[in-house]
Design a protein around this ligand. Structure first.
Ligand SMILES: NC(=O)c1ccc[n+]([C@@H]2O[C@H](COP(=O)([O-])OP(=O)(O)OC[C@H]3O[C@@H](n4cnc5c(N)ncnc54)[C@H](O)[C@@H]3O)[C@@H](O)[C@H]2O)c1
Length: 367
């Protein structure tokens, strides 16, 4: 049955792909987005004519109330996105992410919908799950970046722990202001929905990649950052030793996951990891992308420095989403890099990676 959905932040990277997914399934799409310049540049791209765009701020109760009129469900994607930047633009991140979500909640109390799906983040976990060499679970902690044996969290200061897939039962361990705001967003939605009798589902997204990610925004999207550097003849900037592992999930799989989270019965109040179920080192993805872009000579610049608030390894256990949502990621990184490289080569992007790194250094957030 055709429904009307509101996507807050729907003009962004994930929102555009989710809009296409919903339109392809016969739904009506409305977007509330302030077209933030850091993401969209000075002259934002338009949206397809079948999408209704309300240009407005998620913190503006009147704009949110108008956007909710006649809506069956809401996908809440509007956010300031960037771990490093959140550590010095604190009021800005807390303002948009937490106050913005609070305003949305108050308006939803007045105009309830059937279901709200919120874009949460793997950042709420902090470090992922680890085991000892003999397979016992252990908390992965490191005081500040490098230790005497390298960069991995250690057991009793001597033995490196082994990273294993992280499931939704891992306790949150918030290591940045961005992570704190994503956790507050997630909990606010689940708490208010339960109290007022509408449904909410949270998706903890891992590293989302694919065509359409803002290449000139240096604060988010590791593959987009590498792509922008390579496009401009620069080596990708890699923190630590490049052996940190992440889970890269294609944006089309994420869009499908959002639709499934909206449509699947019996999942209200639940939290789901949305990743690919595979892990890659950051150095390997820098090399893979350079190869796909035919710029192999631009080897990653392994900086040997850690960013404050960064974690070593985290990749997803997606069993719960597979079982409860029927989620089946279909676009593996190695099979889709040519498509990404082709999209990057058609883009123009000012590379601002050095600028973002300098900002972190000026704030004493790189060691
Ligand atoms: N991309 C990832 O890897 C990733 C990973 C985990 C979670 N997420 C979450 O997914 C969501 C979407 O991320 P994305 O990658 O599409 O980011 P994005 O920056 O491309 O999109 C965010 C959108 O929100 C809009 N926005 C920002 N502030 C706003 C405000 N005050 N009012 C209205 N709109 C505002 C921006 O203009 C932008 O269009 C975010 O909530 C993000 O935290 C993304």
């Amino acid at each position: 049955m055709s429904k009307t959905y509101l996507l807050t932040g729907g003009a962004g990277f994930i929102g555009r792909h989710l809009s296409s997914e919903l339109l392809a399934h016969g739904h009506h799409v409305r977007v509330l987005d302030n077209l933030l310049e850091q993401v969209h540049g000075p002259s934002p791209l338009g949206l397809p004519p079948e999408i209704e765009l309300i240009r407005g701020d998620i913190r503006d109760p009147e704009a949110v109330s108008a956007a909710l009129h006649g809506v069956d469900g809401v996908f809440h994607l509007a956010a300031e996105v960037g771990v490093g930047q959140s550590m010095y633009e604190i009021a800005r991140y807390v303002g948009v992410n937490d106050l913005g979500t609070a305003v949305l909640m108050e308006q939803l109390i007045a105009r309830p919908v059937e279901r709200l799906v919120i874009a949460s983040s793997m950042s709420v976990y902090g470090e992922g799950r680890y085991v000892t060499p003999d397979g016992r679970p252990a908390a992965g902690r490191r005081s500040n970046g490098r230790n005497d044996l390298g960069w991995d969290p250690l057991l009793d200061d001597v033995t490196p722990l082994k990273p294993v897939p992280t499931d939704e039962t891992k306790e949150p361990d918030l290591a940045s202001i961005y992570a704190l705001t994503k956790y507050t967003q997630e909990r606010s939605c689940l708490i208010v929905a339960a109290a007022y009798g509408f449904q909410a589902v949270a998706l903890r997204l891992f590293n989302v990649f694919g065509p359409g990610q803002a290449l000139s925004n240096p604060y988010t999207g590791v593959l987009a950052n590498f792509g922008s550097r390579l496009l401009n003849g620069q080596r990708p900037l890699v923190f630590e030793d490049g052996q940190q592992r992440r889970d890269f999930v294609h944006v089309r799989d994420v869009a499908t996951a959002f639709r499934l989270a909206m449509e699947t019965p019996g999942v209200a109040g639940e939290v789901f990891n949305i990743g690919s179920g595979h892990s890659y080192t950051v150095e390997a993805v820098a090399r893979m992308l350079a190869k796909a872009m035919r710029r192999d000579r631009l080897a990653p610049d392994i900086m040997g420095k850690a960013r404050s608030g960064d974690i070593r390894h985290c990749f997803a256990d997606i069993t719960k989403a597979r079982q409860r949502l029927g989620y089946r990621p279909a676009h593996r990184l190695e099979d889709t890099l040519d498509e990404l490289a082709e999209w990057i080569s058609r883009s123009t992007a000012a590379d601002r990676g050095d600028h973002a790194k300098r900002e972190l250094e000026q704030h004493g957030l790189v060691a």
